[in-house]
Design a protein around this ligand. Structure first.
Ligand code: PGA
Length: 251
C-alpha cells in the first residue's frame, strides 16, 4: 500500500480581511517552505480567495474554499459556484458542522456539494462529526458512519476525496479528542469508505479536526488512520500553523 500523503488544512472561517489574509499566507509560506511531503492547504473567506491564490501561485501551498454551491448558476443569492472558483482553488470544505448547524445543511445537500466539487475538478473535504449528546449516549461511531454514508450518497470520484472527522464538542473548545477517540472514529470513517468503495479505502485521506495545535498534533498524526488535520484557530497563527506542517512533514 502506498503511503498516504499527510494533509494540513487551515479553515480560516470568517476571520481575516484581504490585507491580513495576504500577510498570513506570506508568513506561512516563509515559515513552512522547508517542509515537504505534506499537502498544505489554506481555506480563506471567499472575498480573499483570488488574492490569496495569486500570492500562492507556484508555491507549495494550495487554496481551498470553505463551502461551494451544488448549483451551477442562477438565482441563488449569496452563493458561489464551482465554476466561479475553478482555477483559484484545489479543495473545498463541504458539510462543516458550523454550516450543518447554522445553515441547515443536511447530509443529502453535502453529498450534492461534494459531487459538484469533484465534477469541477475540486477535491472535496467532506466533514462529519457527532455532538456531545450523541457521544455521551454512546452512539458516536454509528452516528458518524451514517452521516458519512449519507454525505457520500452518489459520490464516485474516490481519488479526489478527503474526509474530515470533526467532533462538534472539540471544535473551538480547546479540548481535542484523545488520540484513541480520534483513531477509533477515523477508522470508522475509513470502514465506511471500504464499504462504499473497497478499492479506495486505503488511499482516501481521513483527517481529524477539533482543537488541533502544536502540542497534540504529533500524537494524533501517529495514529494509523489519521492522515492529517483540519485546523481552525491554530491556522490563523502563521508560526503555529507552520509547526503543524512541520509535524506532518516529519510523520
Ligand atoms: P478548531 O476548528 O481547530 O478551532 O477547533 C476546527 C474546525 O472547525 O475545522
Amino acid at each position: 500500500m502506498a503511503k498516504r500523503v499527510p494533509v494540513i488544512a487551515g479553515n480560516w472561517k470568517m476571520n481575516t480581511d484581504v490585507e491580513s489574509g495576504l500577510k498570513l499566507v506570506k508568513d506561512i509560506l516563509d515559515l513552512s517552505k522547508d517542509f515537504s511531503g505534506v499537502d498544505k492547504i489554506v481555506c480563506p473567506p471567499f472575498i480573499s480567495i483570488t488574492s490569496v491564490a495569486q500570492a500562492l501561485s507556484g508555491s507549495s501551498i494550495q487554496v481551498g474554499a470553505q463551502n461551494v454551491s451544488a448549483n451551477p448558476d442562477g438565482a441563488f443569492t449569496g452563493e458561489v459556484s464551482t465554476s466561479m472558483l475553478r482555477g483559484f482553488i484545489s479543495y473545498a470544505i463541504v458539510g462543516h458542522s458550523e454550516r450543518r448547524a447554522m445553515n441547515g445543511e443536511t447530509s443529502a445537500m453535502v453529498a450534492e456539494k461534494a459531487i459538484a466539487a469533484a465534477n469541477a475538478g475540486i477535491n472535496p473535504i467532506v466533514c462529519v462529526g457527532e455532538d456531545l449528546e450523541v457521544r455521551k449516549a454512546g452512539n458516536a461511531e454509528r452516528y458518524v458512519a451514517k452521516q458519512l454514508e449519507e454525505s457520500l450518497a452518489g459520490y464516485t470520484d474516490w481519488d479526489s476525496l478527503i474526509v474530515a472527522y470533526e467532533p462538534v464538542w472539540a471544535i473551538g473548545t480547546g479540548e481535542a479528542a484523545t488520540s484513541e477517540q480520534a483513531q477509533q472514529m477515523t477508522h470508522a470513517c475509513r470502514e465506511v469508505i471500504r464499504k462504499l468503495a473497497p478499492e479506495a479505502a486505503d488511499s482516501v485521506r481521513v483527517l481529524y479536526g477539533g482543537s488541533v495545535n502544536s502540542g497534540n498534533v504529533v500524537e494524533l498524526m501517529d495514529q494509523p488512520d489519521i492522515d492529517g488535520a483540519l485546523v481552525g484557530g491554530a491556522s490563523l497563527k502563521a508560526d503555529e500553523f507552520s509547526k503543524l506542517i512541520a509535524a506532518a512533514s516529519a510523520s
